[in-house]
Design a protein around this ligand. Sequence first.
Ligand code: PLP
Length: 391
Amino acid sequence: MTARIYFDNAATSPTDPRVLHAMQPYLGQFWGNPSSLYAEGRQARAAVEQARAQVAALLGAEPGEIVFTSGGTEADNLALEGVLLAAEPAGSHLITSAIEHPAILACCQQLQRWGVEVTRLPVDGEGLVDPADLERALRPATRLVSVMAANNVIGTIQPIADLARIARRHGALFHTDAVQAAGKIAFDVRTQPIDLLSLSGHKLHGPKGVGALFVRKGIELRPLLPGGGQEQGRRSGTENVAGIVGLGCAAELAAAERSAEAARLVQIRDHLLEGITARIARAYLIGSRWRRLPGHLCLGFDGLEGEAIKLLLELDEQGIAVSSGSACSAIHAGQPSHVLEAMGLDPLQARGSLRITLGRFNTIEEADRLLEVLPRAVSSLRPIRSLSHVA
Ligand code: PLP
């Protein structure tokens, strides 16, 4: 039996064995509470603080500017609610984009119920926000702008530094959801006027259930979780020490290996893209050709948009895991993607893309296997004759 091939690293990424190794002692041997004053506690505290420095280094931040959370979703919610609820929310204004992850979009809906006005910036056909649109949308009441660094469905990388500069010029704070981008593209908050940034352990070959929010020094934040006052009062709850150690290790590895790894992934990604478009006439790339994450491909298949789930299941049968670009989870499988709709794709196309996302453990040989299997899988599907025939 051949080994399975995992091409869904944007959903979650395999834990690096080096990360696992770093975490292991904190799952057993070192079980102290970092808030305790005696030796066991001090040992755990030292590990948490080392991880904080490792995450900070990935971003060019100060360790004191890192707040550990339970993942990307909590970091996003803490950024938005933390800033908007630090003062009276009613009448304040928040700007985001139409293609954010549900962690941001659902939080915006919640804030709207508390009286915050929300503007959702449109994107173009490649999924890019136009900085001129941000410039026009800013108002004196705008407290926060939140635009993701790279999109999970299409891999498009936003002009974050430009957007952040514009927000700052208008006196608004700037948050970016960098859950897909951290460790894959470079960030330096010393030179980029980013005020808050979310990241998540399991997207960078670290553990699940742990993430971090960078909060620039001096920014007032209302905690989502009041309690024992951990994380400088910004996130109460006894720390997930093993998870935090894993995130720290994953961040350090990502920082050290990022540029060589990005070049390697681009090579495999482009090999796949060229191979797929050469072998499958009906295949087309969705998103930006050049402004995309190194290991990210989102593809449509002309006339087969209604069949994306079948294609995914056929590849699964052949031992290859990919994602339907329509949504990040099986819960919403087959529903049109708000990201693809915002880019102007028709509802059928918005339901039927295939997402192939590469990670540290993928090889060119695995890409070749997909190039062998995918054309056969596509030709086994029955094309829908005309898009207009489908409701
Ligand atoms: N933001 C983006 C862009 C994501 O892709 C994800 C996860 O898919 C999240 C936020 C949520 O992160 P987590 O799974 O760590 O809560």
